[in-house]
Design a protein around this ligand. Structure first.
Ligand code: SF4
Length: 150
């Protein structure tokens, strides 16, 4: 395989734009795409014409839903709400303890069906399996769903 850029890639390289082949993680179709970056920032997504499952097509999520990556509101560390009502940065250990206490409080006060789990369509099957096991075996409820079927 040639390491020379194709004629279509030369203008991108001249503009300082890198193209990185990847796979869309929004659902299980697994569309191939090329991520366009400049100065370590994503500036666009192109569908891969040779993607086995998409052959040059992407849905709106795969094509356009990437601005969250650099969004200033993106959470970059665990937060807990303290007595002042505000969210404060904390450690993962404390954040997980606080979350577990909240789940326990809900179950103690309202029963096992008071909790509901929504697994992510962006995680592997194994993580979704663990999530449903967490809800069914951990809490004793079948209140589990997944955004992938939406
Ligand atoms: S979310 Fe859209 S672009 Fe991404 S893998 Fe699924 S169908 Fe393809």
């Amino acid at each position: 395989m040639s390491t020379q850029p194709s004629i279509n890639e030369i203008p991108l390289q001249n503009a300082g734009i890198q193209k990185t082949r990847s796979v869309c993680g929004y659902c299980g179709v697994g569309c191939s795409l090329d991520i366009l970056t400049k100065d370590d920032r994503i500036i666009g997504i192109q569908p891969a014409m040779d993607g086995p499952s998409n052959k040059g097509a992407l849905c709106v999520k795969g094509q356009f839903a990437y601005d969250y990556v650099h969004h200033p509101d993106r959470l970059t560390q665990p937060l807990v709400r303290r007595a002042d009502g505000q969210l404060h940065p904390t450690t993962w250990d404390e954040a997980l303890d606080v979350a577990a206490q909240g789940f326990q409080r809900a179950v103690d006060q309202h029963g096992r069906h008071a909790v509901y789990g929504i697994a992510s369509g962006r995680t592997p099957s194994e993580a979704n399996y663990a999530m449903q096991k967490f809800m069914r075996a951990g809490f004793g409820t079948n209140h589990i769903d997944n955004c992938s079927r939406a």
